[in-house]
Design a protein around this ligand. Structure first.
Ligand SMILES: *[C@@H]1O[C@H](CO)[C@@H](O)[C@H](O)[C@H]1NC(C)=O
Ligand SMILES: *[C@@H]1O[C@H](CO)[C@@H](O)[C@H](O)[C@H]1NC(C)=O
Ligand SMILES: *[C@@H]1O[C@H](CO)[C@@H](O)[C@H](O)[C@H]1NC(C)=O
Length: 221
């Protein structure tokens, strides 16, 4: 009974996320930026430089930036991501002390901090960067579930892949990335991995997804 209830709840949320992302996208079209990768879809996107590249991954240096984040504890990635996204979407839709409408940015990232044991809850931190116009002074979230965090400049190891990313795709690519880094003798923070999604559910073609590991000492709180 409880399990069924949870499933129905999650399905509704996923549908809501699909709708809100699709609605948000056209508003951003005019904020075109030509100094960033095409996969940013002309949304504001954290600035980085590629410092090395192999067949499996890219090494990126990211600049410092401010992010809106929320944490969800759950045994289910899909449910947690939907709940987290909805909270952040409320924040940018006016649930902030200035009642400002804040443009969407790309990507939506999820930090996965696995729980110990097969059925333990993991901690999912869903985030997106505050747009450049609001970086100097991000509006304070109205909800205590949402917080602003300043992320220092850091190095990230990135694997990109196309299509509709399912959790098992993210895990598969994260494992392959971890193996490649280990083979290349590159130290990384294996406590957590990140997924980064750049597209709304209505973008059918040319979809771009990433998994990330951070260099040690650079991971967010
Ligand atoms: C997580 O929830 C989604 C949506 O309800 C469901 O389709 C999926 O099977 C669940 N995953 C796991 C591992 O229970
Ligand atoms: C780039 O990666 C290759 C393969 O791991 C490595 O041999 C090379 O030293 C790296 N170069 C830099 C500048 O990190
Ligand atoms: C690895 O990431 C976790 C989670 O953000 C953090 O608590 C820990 O300090 C990081 N460890 C290193 C060596 O960077």
């Amino acid at each position: 009974m409880l399990a069924l209830g949870k499933c129905v709840f999650a399905t509704v949320l996923v549908a809501a996320v699909a709708l809100t992302v699709a609605n948000a996208a056209p508003l951003q079209a005019r904020l075109s930026r030509n100094d960033e990768p095409a996969f940013c879809r002309s949304l504001d996107c954290p600035r980085f430089t590629v410092v090395n590249r192999t067949d499996t991954y890219e090494v990126r240096h990211y600049s410092a930036s401010q992010w809106a984040r929320t944490q969800v504890e759950s045994a289910n990635y899909t449910t947690a991501t939907a709940i987290g996204f909805q909270r952040l979407f409320s924040y940018i839709s006016g649930a902030n002390v200035d009642v400002k409408h804040i443009p969407m940015t790309a990507p939506v990232t999820v930090q996965v901090y696995p729980g110990s044991g097969p059925y333990c809850k993991s901690t999912f931190t869903v985030s997106f960067m505050v747009p450049f116009a609001f970086q100097p002074n991000p509006p304070k979230p109205a909800s205590k579930d949402v917080y602003i965090e300043s992320e220092p400049a850091h190095t990230t190891y990135v694997t990109s892949f196309p299509g509709f990313a399912k959790e098992k795709d993210d895990i598969g690519h994260a494992e392959a990335l971890a193996q490649a880094l280990t083979k290349d003798n590159i130290a990384f923070n294996s406590t957590v991995y990140y997924t980064a999604g750049y597209d709304s559910p209505y973008q059918l073609f040319n979809r771009h997804n990433e998994v990330w590991f951070y260099a040690p000492g650079a991971t967010q709180e």
